[in-house]
Design a binder for this molecule. Structure first.
Ligand code: ATP
Ligand code: LTN
Length: 334
């Protein structure tokens, strides 16, 4: 069995414009995995309904995000790329897993508490159920590895708990997945508050660089990024803002943080911020060019998503049939 490839699953919600944090912390790490694993990459549109969406915008963001995956190097001949709602098994397995998950553990989830605070007027059941749907995404494909940013590790823990609980109650059914987090880039911070993560739903435009920003916007936002009290350019716990910019620079330029500290030693914040902007532009611009080309070729994009959904559904169907049998549902008469 050792030569059987392991499965990788990951997803991002189409809740707005993808940020540099999403890219460096998640999507960028997906492409190298394609050569070693069977990978499934999904646009989690059902998850995004847990906060209020404008329907036309959600549709647009969903297709734009799928095109962005391709522009970032997801290769449909190696990986399955699909839209979550196109594979109805996600919602169906989530229902079964709802009967395994406990209200108490959902209530304790950091993201649920954060989002309940942010969207106090819309604390819907889906928001609380969010981690169960995520568990369903992962367990449907018997995924071994789940590449995610640090903020999602708690959701992966709960997925493991749910899988183990189900396996314990109904006998071995699910692979218990592991998180794959990447040391650098796992948490890119807001440009306006380096103690908070960069988040695509942040209402302050200057806090995030998105993959849709043009050159001038990127430069302007980096110039406006907050800094720390002294003027030195070094990495350290007492320098959260400059450390964040050094991380971004290092990930975008390929130069180590140590070498970057040496390069910018004694230079002003202005020069440093311009260099960070240049490195970010050099990463984002080629992605934007590719993404625009893909969006313009509607039939290509639809073809990729159709094929992805078909490939995903074959695996999902098998898992769901097994689950239905194990919990005691009568199979459909044919
Ligand atoms: P929202 O603001 O709508 O909650 P988000 O920006 O937090 O969105 P998600 O869709 O929740 O993004 O996350 C997509 C992926 O990007 C996840 O794997 C997540 O861990 C990763 N990610 C999100 N923000 C960051 C960040 N600031 N640094 C590194 N990785 C991140
Ligand atoms: N909740 C995730 C998006 C997501 C996901 C998944 C990630 C939905 N389903 C399954 C990994 C595996 C987020 O990044 N906010």
């Amino acid at each position: 069995m050792d030569n059987v490839k392991k499965t990788v699953f990951s997803a991002v919600q189409p809740t707005g414009k993808i940020t540099l944090g999403n890219y460096l912390g998640a999507i960028r790490n997906w492409t190298p995995l394609q050569n070693e694993y069977d990978c499934l990459y999904c646009v989690a549109d059902l998850h995004s309904l847990t906060v209020t969406q404008v329907p036309a915008e959600l549709r647009k963001n969903t297709l734009e995000l799928a095109a962005l995956y391709l522009a970032c190097g997801i290769d449909p001949s190696k990986s399955s790329l699909f839209i979550q709602s196109h594979v109805h098994e996600h919602a169906e397995l989530a229902w079964i897993l709802d009967t395994i998950a406990y209200v108490g553990e959902m209530n304790r989830m950091t993201q649920f508490k954060d989002k309940s605070r942010k969207h106090a007027d819309n604390i819907n059941m889906g928001l609380m159920n969010y981690p169960v749907l995520m568990a369903s995404d992962i367990l449907l494909y018997q995924a071994h590895l789940v590449p995610i940013g640090k903020d999602q590790t708690q959701h992966l823990e709960i997925t493991r708990d749910i899988a183990e609980r189900f396996n314990g109650r109904y006998s071995d059914t699910f692979v218990v997945p592991e998180a794959l987090t990447f040391r650098t880039g796992a948490s890119i911070k807001s440009l306006q508050d380096p103690t908070a993560k960069m988040s695509k739903s942040d209402p302050n435009e200057n806090a995030t660089v998105t993959l849709f920003d043009d050159k001038d916007a990127i430069r302007r936002k980096l110039r406006r990024a907050v800094t720390d009290c002294d003027t030195s350019i070094r990495y350290g716990e007492d320098k959260p803002a400059i450390s964040n910019l050094l991380t971004i620079y290092s990930l975008c330029s390929g130069e180590s943080v140590k070498d970057a500290e040496k390069r910018f030693d004694g230079q002003g914040y202005g020069t440093f911020k311009d260099a960070v902007a240049d490195s970010v532009i050099s990463v984002i611009e080629p992605i934007q060019t590719k993404q625009r080309r893909i969006i313009a070729d509607k039939s290509y994009l639809e073809g990729v998503l159709k094929q992805g959904a078909e490939q995903a559904e074959r695996i999902a169907r098998k898992t769901l049939d097994k689950v239905y049998r194990k919990v005691g549902l009568v199979g459909r008469f044919r």
